[in-house]
Design a protein around this ligand. Sequence first.
Ligand code: PMP
Length: 359
Amino acid sequence: MSRVYNFSAGPSALPEQVLHQAQAELMEWRDSGMSVMEMSHRGKFFSIIAEELESDLRALLSIPDNYKVLFMQGGATAQFSFIPQNILRGKTKACYINTGAWSEKAIQDAQNYCEVVVSASSETSNFTTIPDPAGWVLDEQAAYLHYTSNETIHGVEFSDIPESHGLPLVSDMSSNILSRKFDVSRYGLIYAGAQKNMGPSGVTVVIVRDDLIGVVDKQVPPVFNYAEQAKNHSMLNTPATYNWYLVGLVLKWLIKQGGVEAIEQRNIAKADLLYQTIDQSSLYRNPVESSCRSRMNVPFILADQNLDKAFLAEAEANGLFELKGHRSVGGMRASIYNAMPEEGVRALCDFMAEFERTH
Ligand code: PMP
């Protein structure tokens, strides 16, 4: 077996220790006599897995008691619709900040349920900046303010939590949750698909302040209703049990690494290394303004596009996979989530320098 360094944007690399543990426990979890995949979600063994999952996430993010933690299905994409359906609370408008492809999708889907006020947009800069919060035009009648804390495709990340001037703040943290410290109590709602920093696809985490939920139109199916799911510990129907278990293993791995603060320091070091390699070269370029460059997703273009194919082929020959940029922006993208070791980033930087030398 020879495992490669996998720079995929998601589903993405998982910690090797987690994969080994899942392998070791595949036939029998602890002393249960059965595989996690075979357990009743309401049985005594899976109840332990579910309880540890929630308590580990609460500990890692210091989630206050007045927040519900939900584990849902349908990906972050489903949340684009579930959020307005659940937290408009009789209001008719919601504010959104448009910083790239994922904000745009969130805006598009929310428009089916309410009037979307685009309070700021960086579209004119081709999504290479974050609009200055001092200039955001917020509507005080809005039910909430939504932003995407890390744009996975454009490689743009907020370094601070923006001021929401009294509106409940909602954030799509799909591609940077658990990668840096942030204060949950500043938010009304946080959501994230698992397949980048938390585990395999098929689980979506929603962390929501409890006063925001419960006022929902009858037409909303109960499985999409946050209050109903909260009441039922996200088990209104059969959850994605094995995926919950794997997310639980990733969280335990992260706790062993020293938690979010420790991994944040490593993420800073990894991102610095890669951006330095890009900035010092005359072949590679990252178009994002330096103050809002993502630590998780690093897009870069080659000065000569004719070299793209050779770059990708030679990278693969060197054990560096999934570096092709998103089809909408082209070029390359290296996703360096929590599970990517520093050696992987070093291997990429060394390869990039060598490729530049030989081409
Ligand atoms: N938001 C962001 C920031 C993402 O990166 C993605 C997926 N790459 C999504 C939402 C959509 O997630 P899903 O495919 O799980 O619905």
